[in-house]
Write a protein that binds this ligand. Structure first.
Ligand code: ZN
Length: 183
């Protein structure tokens, strides 16, 4: 492998996951979507926080617990402020943590930010806010190729994981993963 420039590809969720629950108002199973908001209830030194979802049929809200009676002082600096501001990256991360595991939607849509230099280059993958995408989809999206073409180049050694891992293509891209793209 020749010496190669390095670029960083940041995966960013563009869509928050949804959840299916029985809605008491609709009296039926409904999709609950993240509203992008967090409710914080501070009570002296302790606070509760919830991620707010809403039924897509009737907008009845559903709260998922983020913090329960937690000591304000124990929170990392900036976190409480981020909750108060409904900081988009924080909300996306919480949504992945709280909803991601029982999400009813297909994996949340992901955008990729980063330059595509002249090959050869090494791309370092960063997964922001719990963004998840199979590596072959990351490469197809970032390089503007079909997944079949990505697989072909992978088999021929024109695209490879560093260190080499032949099976990485069908797995989720990992934070910090390095991909070599040859010319
Ligand atoms: Zn409803």
């Amino acid at each position: 492998m020749r010496a190669a420039t390095t670029t960083i590809w940041t995966l960013i969720p563009t869509q928050l996951p949804t959840l299916t629950r029985r809605c008491p108002r609709c009296d039926a199973p409904r999709t609950f979507a993240c509203t992008g908001r967090v409710r914080v209830n501070a009570n002296g030194k302790r606070l509760d926080a919830w991620l707010l979802l809403a039924c897509v049929g009737c907008e009845r809200s559903l709260r998922l617990t983020v913090h329960e009676r937690v000591e304000v002082r124990s929170l990392p600096p900036g976190h409480l402020d981020a909750l108060h501001r409904n900081d988009a990256a924080t909300v996306a991360r919480l949504a992945q943590q709280l909803v991601g595991e029982e999400a009813s939607s297909s994996p949340a849509a992901v955008a990729i930010r980063g330059a595509v230099p002249e090959p050869p280059f090494v791309a370092v993958i960063r997964c922001e806010s719990g963004a998840q995408l199979r590596l072959d989809r990351v490469l197809a999206q970032a390089l503007g190729l079909s997944r079949a073409e990505v697989r072909r180049r992978w088999r021929q050694g024109w695209i490879a994981a560093v260190p080499e891992d032949g099976r990485a293509l069908a797995r989720r891209a990992r934070d910090g993963q390095r991909i070599w793209v040859g010319g």
